[in-house]
Design a protein around this ligand. Sequence first.
Ligand code: GLU
Length: 281
Amino acid sequence: MITRFAPSPTGPLHLGHAYSALLGHRMARAAGGQFLLRMEDTDLERSKPEWADLICTDLRWLGITWDGPVHSQAAQLDSYDAPLQRLEKMGLLYPCSCSRADIRAALSAPQEGVTHEVYPQLCKSRPMSDRKPGDALRLHLDKALDLIAGREVHFVETGAAHAGHHAIDPGQAHREIGDVVLSRKGENIVAYFLASALDDAAQGITHVVRGEDLFDFTAIQVILLSLLDLPTPIYHHHKLIRDENGKRLAKRDDARSLQTYRAAGASPNDIFNMLGFNQTV
Ligand code: GLU
């Protein structure tokens, strides 16, 4: 078993991150496997080496050890070029110049049950030859789904809330995910969905352990892996740690950051207890 913790170093780790890292670490160690640490730092503006350092400090404080060097996506940006070009050759990308305001304006009404915006396909008919400097690149989901239609693409989920085999459901993918950005506007840098899925494959991750908030997006990563003939890991989406009002913790919620607890005199055992872990991890 090879699991990973893949934080974006854009802020301090909070209790929710600690839960995710401890669970992935514990699963790997219990199986005699490996636990890898990957900084998802492709957002070059918001990612800071100071946050990456603090993440390592927090994890060590919790007794978490990782195998091998810390993997930095920003340090290997060119590793994503060939897969992007392959998707382009397959005719699966289109350039997009939309601003957030364009997208909001085109979305007539908030979509029920959807907590994020599904791109309203304003640029869908633009060919790649029309790409302007600064355009993002989006995945043409219709074409991608057509290409994998005969392949019985599916993934296995072991998290309690959705345990089982999941076939790719084109309806769900259209409703809840849409034509995601694979290369970012302005910077021409690989975006999260693709970078993360590619690295899971490149690092030989067998089990992706992460929060339940990412479950609905898993299909797009499985679709991308399938298109690129890469192996699909097993996914384990765990419960989210919430505050006393039931709201999920966010990076800006500094009060629950691990460094704040540490500064207030909490021990790693206090954190384990708060998260419902046994003391021996
Ligand atoms: N980098 C993502 C985050 O910090 C996690 C991605 C993943 O675990 O797949 O939210």
